[in-house]
Ligand binder design. Structure first.
Ligand code: PEP
Length: 257
């Protein structure tokens, strides 16, 4: 296989399983994944539903595959029925958590401020937050999308300041999630560059190293082309990550020889 244009850089391949899978399906998925040799330059992260984190803890003890939660409580502990705290995620062996996924922002009314508080809670407990940002189709078409993305980032930065440097960003255009539609490569390039510039504008050279993942209808058909885009440091993958064969193919396609 020919080298990726920007071969040599580290890629992050993250799987967001949302409210899918079963204990049985996960066991066979992880058994299969445990046979795969993950190249050094690939960081693989899976975000399963909460109740299955214990399976990950048991089965991935000696694996290079890491895992995290799809969401986190902004509170530390107490009377918050249904919530899961950072300490609990640490107990389950999580290293990461998503924050601000567009489904949480739209279905559960998570405001930029709530996302910022959740991100802060993760950082306080040494969990790496993968902060999801993205614009709707209407916002993209109106040309306001950069303003929207900046506002989503600004809210987090105002809360975590210097710690922005330990986060990851997942740019997920809402209109590309689960639709099979992806932006043009030039749009991905421009938007990732813009996000990079916003991070730089916060000051501090370490912000240059915040990985910016692309998410939204990533599949084995488009992953290599998108991987070659400057400032794309990896992927957050929904649908295509639910099937071990497809996920393994994506990992293979990002394996630089
Ligand atoms: C997601 O929701 O994080 C996602 C990227 O989904 P999909 O790959 O299915 O578009």
């Amino acid at each position: 296989m020919e080298k990726l244009e920007n071969g040599g850089k580290e890629y992050i391949v993250a799987a967001n399983w949302k409210m899918n899978m079963s204990a049985k399906a996960i066991k066979s998925f992880l058994e299969e994944m445990n046979q795969v040799e993950i190249p050094k330059h690939l960081r693989t992260i899976i975000f399963p539903p909460y109740p299955y984190l214990n399976i990950f803890q048991k089965m991935l003890r000696y694996s290079r595959i890491t895992y995290g939660a799809q969401d986190i409580a902004k509170e530390e502990k107490g009377a918050y029925t249904g919530e899961v705290s950072a300490d609990m995620l640490i107990d389950m062996g999580c290293s990461y958590t998503l924050t601000g996924h567009s489904e949480r922002r739209s279905y559960y009314a998570e405001t930029p401020e709530i996302v910022a508080e959740k991100t802060r809670a993760a950082i306080m407990h040494s969990l790496t937050p993968v902060i999801c940002i993205g614009e709707t189709l209407e916002q993209r078409q109106s040309g306001r999308y950069k303003e929207i993305l900046k506002a989503q980032l600004d809210a987090v930065e105002a809360s975590v300041r210097e710690s922005m440097g330990v986060c990851m960003i997942a740019y997920e255009p809402v209109w590309a999630i689960g639709t099979g539609v992806i932006p043009k490569i030039s749009e991905i390039r421009d938007t990732h560059k813009f996000i990079h510039e916003v991070l730089i504008s916060y000051g501090g050279t370490y912000r240059k190293t915040v990985p910016i993942l692309y998410g939204g209808s990533v599949s084995e058909k488009n992953v290599r082309e998108i991987a070659s885009v400057k400032y794309v440091n990896g992927f957050l993958i929904g649908g295509a990550s639910l099937n071990a064969e497809r996920f393994k193919t994506i990992i293979k396609l990002l394996s630089v020889d």
